[in-house]
Each structure stands twice: as structure tokens, then as C-alpha cells.
Design a protein around this ligand. Structure first.
Ligand SMILES: NC(=O)c1ccc[n+]([C@@H]2O[C@H](COP(=O)([O-])OP(=O)(O)OC[C@H]3O[C@@H](n4cnc5c(N)ncnc54)[C@H](OP(=O)(O)O)[C@@H]3O)[C@@H](O)[C@H]2O)c1
Length: 290
């Protein structure tokens, strides 16, 4: 029986990955900072990355579905026998590299360093590492973009966007990411490579938001404002603490295309993400995680 060690197992990608591994008959050791009940084939260890007691001495595959920088640091120092490592990073490594916002450039820099450390450690130990970079994640009601938009729109009965928010996006469902991680674990071509994992449909930011709103009941109205008016509304929202995390760079990006090529992942491990067909329950925490 194959044995997987999963970090970030309680997260929005980690949970569906556990389900895939259990379905495929793997033995799974999952790590979390909080307590979770064991299930047949699934054993939880509790601890901070870097201080997890009773880690197995050897496993077949390690999956990292949590913060990449912390995982990379742990892996570089860990005394564990493993031939295969699959770690989630983010397309932000490219998107935020040239951002006007210093904090965003810092995110890109940490992701880049994390990727380099994982690859360097794997090479030193003769292991095969693969980095997976999702685009905008949704599906588990826990993401910081579309779930946040849905929750604000439900509360306000409407949702404002600046006119011309026509930058292209490729939202990707968490279940497709979990399948991708599992699928590439058995493919040697993916060793030493990083893959963008976009969703199965490319659409404008405005249309993406419009589809989220249309999936809610009753559907909140999309209000497109001239940029100066939107910026003023945003400033007020920021000053009253209702728009934390939405900075100028993020608003400017609504007009930029963030598009990634699915071909390498498709060719190398059959990645086949679904088109963007949101339903209201994708923006609510799943029953077992609420
Ligand atoms: N969300 C997105 O839109 C998005 C987009 C692109 C890429 N990604 C990448 O995909 C991966 C998974 O994303 P996610 O949003 O599901 O992950 P996440 O919420 O950042 O973290 C997943 C899990 O990692 C554990 N974790 C978080 N912070 C930790 C810390 N400081 N120390 C130790 N454990 C920690 C938590 O588990 P416990 O609380 O149980 O310990 C959490 O449930 C990440 O690498 C992320 O960068 C996400």
C-alpha cells in the first residue's frame, strides 16, 4: 500500500486531496496544527511545520498543500526518506513579481525562494519534485477572492466593480487541483518541473464576478462604476475596514490578463480542468468543515 504524507491537509486543496488518496486506497498521514479525528487509512498528526512529533521515517510521496515557504524550509532540514515531492505554489510567483506594491513583490519572492529550495533539496537527495502553480482557486467556500465577493454581495444585495474590469481570468476548482496533484505523482516526466494549473475556461474578471452573483439566490446586482467613483467608494471601504486586502495593485490588475498555458500539464499528466460553472454552495464552507 502506498503511503502519503500530506501537509496543509485541512486546507481547501488538502481536503479533496485526502479524499482522492483514500479513494485510491493509499495510506495517509496528514499534518495539521489542530486536532482532527482519524479515519480508516487516514492518521492525523498534530503540530506546527518544523515541530511535528512522530513523523514517519519513510513515505512514498509528500504532498504540500499549505504555505510553500514553510514547507520548503522544513523539507530542507527534514530527516525523512521520500522519493517524490509534490508542492503547491502559485502563479502569483509570476503575476506579483513586477507589482507596484512592495508587499506583493515580497509574496512573489517568497514563492520563488520556496520553489528553488524544494527543487535544490530534492536534487541533493535524488528525489523527484514537482511544483504546481494554481491560478485563482475556488470551490470550497474558503478562498479569499470569489467566496469573499459572494459573501459581500449577499450582505449588500449588490456588488460594485470599476468599469473596464476586462482582464482575463481562469478560476480553477479545488477538486481539479487535488486530482492534478494525485495524477502527476506517478509521472516521472514531471520531476524537476513547475506547472501552471489554470481553470478550464478563460473569461473576463467582470464576467467571472457576474457568474458568481448569478449563482446566488437571490442574485445580487452587479454595479459597474466609473473608475473615480469606484476608487472613492474603495477608499471609504478601506478606511472603515471593509475592504482589507484589496489594494490599488489588485484593482489595477482587474484590467490585466492573467492567463496561463494549460498545455504542459495536459500533455504530461492529463490535467483536464472543468469550465467555470459556479453554484452557490461553492461559496459556502463544506458541511464537514464549517
Ligand atoms: N487560495 C488561492 O487562491 C491559491 C491560489 C494559488 C495558489 N494557492 C496555493 O495553494 C496551496 C493551498 O492553498 P490554500 O488556500 O488551501 O492554503 P492555506 O489556506 O494557505 O493553507 C492550507 C493549510 O495549511 C496549513 N497552514 C496554514 N498556515 C500555516 C502555517 N503558518 N504553519 C503551518 N501550517 C499552516 C493550515 O492547516 P492547519 O490550520 O490545519 O494547520 C491550512 O489549512 C498554498 O500553497 C497556496 O499558496 C492558493
Amino acid at each position: 500500500m502506498r503511503h502519503a504524507l500530506v501537509f496543509g491537509a485541512s486546507g481547501q486543496i488538502g481536503r479533496p486531496l485526502l479524499a482522492v488518496l483514500q479513494r485510491e486506497g493509499w495510506r495517509v498521514t496528514a499534518v495539521s496544527r489542530s486536532e482532527h479525528p482519524d479515519e480508516p487509512g487516514l492518521h492525523w498528526l498534530r503540530g506546527e511545520l518544523g515541530a511535528v512529533p512522530d513523523l514517519p521515517a519513510r513515505v512514498d510521496v509528500i504532498f504540500s498543500c499549505g504555505p510553500l515557504d514553510r514547507f520548503a524550509q522544513w523539507y530542507a532540514e527534514a530527516d525523512i526518506e521520500v522519493a517524490r515531492v509534490i508542492a503547491f505554489g502559485s502563479t502569483s510567483v509570476e503575476v506579483k513579481r513586477g507589482s507596484a506594491d512592495a508587499a506583493e513583490r515580497g509574496v512573489a519572492q517568497r514563492l520563488r525562494q520556496g520553489e528553488e529550495t524544494v527543487f535544490a533539496t530534492a536534487e541533493k537527495r535524488g528525489a523527484g519534485a514537482t511544483l504546481l502553480r494554481p491560478t485563482l482557486v475556488y470551490g470550497a467556500g474558503r478562498d479569499a477572492t470569489l467566496t469573499r465577493i459572494a459573501s459581500l454581495a449577499r450582505r449588500w444585495g449588490r456588488f460594485p466593480l470599476p468599469r473596464g474590469a476586462n482582464g482575463l481570468r481562469q478560476p480553477v476548482h479545488v477538486d481539479d487541483l487535488a486530482m492534478a496533484a494525485f495524477a502527476c505523482s506517478g509521472v516521472a516526466t514531471t520531476h524537476g518541473r513547475a506547472y501552471a494549473l489554470p481553470g478550464g475556461e478563460t473569461l473576463t474578471y467582470r464576467d467571472m464576478v457576474a457568474r458568481v452573483l448569478a449563482s446566488l439566490s437571490p442574485p445580487p446586482q452587479l454595479v459597474e462604476l466609473p473608475s473615480p467613483l469606484f476608487n472613492l467608494a474603495l477608499l471609504v471601504a478601506q478606511m472603515t475596514g471593509r475592504a482589507t486586502g484589496l489594494g490599488e495593485a489588485a484593482v489595477r490588475r482587474m484590467r490585466s490578463d492573467l492567463v496561463f498555458d494549460v498545455t504542459p500539464a495536459k500533455q504530461d499528466f492529463g490535467y483536464d480542468p472543468r469550465p467555470f460553472r459556479p453554484r452557490a454552495n461553492m461559496f459556502e464552507p463544506r458541511a464537514d468543515e464549517a
